[in-house]
Design a protein around this ligand. Structure first.
Ligand SMILES: C[S@@+](CC[C@H](N)C(=O)[O-])C[C@H]1O[C@@H](n2cnc3c(N)ncnc32)[C@H](O)[C@@H]1O
Length: 263
């Protein structure tokens, strides 16, 4: 198996950091008022660098190695009638595109409320030759329930960003077919904080203060999760959303941990 770390790109972090500095006046105001800073306020540098951050493993490993290693999901994606997949909080859409490229029968919906991300996702789907089976829409993740049934739902590095994680997870559960599966990739932080924190914890707290926590606070009410979403917090959200089981899968691309949720 290809070593995930060799396909994990760290350079987009520099671009993301520069885009965070552009939002500093809004961040300062947000920390005084508690109002938050919307993801769109960080501009195209943040949106594109986020896409570049996960693109290497999504394009090279997700559909080629990770999904084939989950037998029931792999079989369903190959079978008839063609499977329906949804990428929630899709950003610029690399997860949706990767799934469509690896599984030629499936159709994929990608939802994200950020307009520029969806514009870019549509462009990338066309460039990748999958725009006939991948549909990107400016939609909130809470709309997923109305659009099912889906055989597979994925959420990559976004549950910690959304204001209402339990509501989004519950909507996804509602949108899943009876044998449907939700895969969530989110930060692989420690199970508990131990001072002074390792390098990953420090990086994630920096990202949280500059981007993810103010982003999540931009809409109210908010769970105010922030980047450091520990496994226990995620399990709690999943249980409140009605999922029966949360399993940690043995894929660890970059800083991420994979969860499989059973409705
Ligand atoms: C860190 S980005 C991850 C994007 C993409 N999944 C990736 O891995 O590159 C978080 C995304 O969550 C989206 N988001 C925030 N609130 C959302 C909501 N209520 N419903 C759906 N997506 C949301 C943002 O617009 C942003 O694109």
């Amino acid at each position: 198996m290809t070593k995930p770390d060799s396909l994990f790109s760290i350079s987009p972090v520099a671009r993301a950091l520069v885009s965070a500095t552009q939002a500093l006046p809004q961040l300062l105001r947000a920390f005084r008022t508690g109002e938050g800073v919307a993801w769109s306020a960080y501009g195209s540098d943040m949106i594109e660098s986020q896409g570049d951050f996960n693109r290497p493993w999504l394009v090279n490993l997700f559909g080629a190695e990770f999904l084939p290693a989950i037998p029931d999901v792999h079989q369903r994606l190959l079978a008839d009638p063609p499977a329906r997949v949804v990428d929630v909080a899709c950003g610029v859409g690399w997860a949706a595109i990767a799934i469509a490229k690896s599984y030629p029968k499936v159709s994929v919906d990608g939802f994200d409320p950020d307009e520029s991300s969806i514009d870019e996702a549509r462009r990338l789907a066309k460039e990748s030759g999958v725009d006939d089976r991948v549909r990107f829409e400016v939609r909130d993740g809470e709309d997923v329930g109305k659009e099912g049934p889906y055989d597979l739902a994925v959420v990559v590095e976004a549950i910690h960003d959304v204001s209402r994680p339990v509501e989004i997870l519950a909507a996804i559960r509602e949108g899943l077919a009876p044998s449907g599966v939700l895969l969530v990739a989110d930060e692989r932080v420690a199970d508990a904080f131990t001072a002074p924190g390792d390098d990953v914890e420090r990086f994630m707290y920096a990202a949280s203060v500059l981007v993810c926590l103010p982003g999540g606070l931009a809409e109210q009410p908010s769970a105010a999760t922030g980047t450091v979403m520990r496994a226990g917090t995620f399990r709690d959200y999943a249980t409140k959303a009605g999922f029966r089981d949360v399993e940690v899968l043995p894929f660890e691309p970059g800083f991420l941990r994979f969860y499989r949720l059973t409705p």
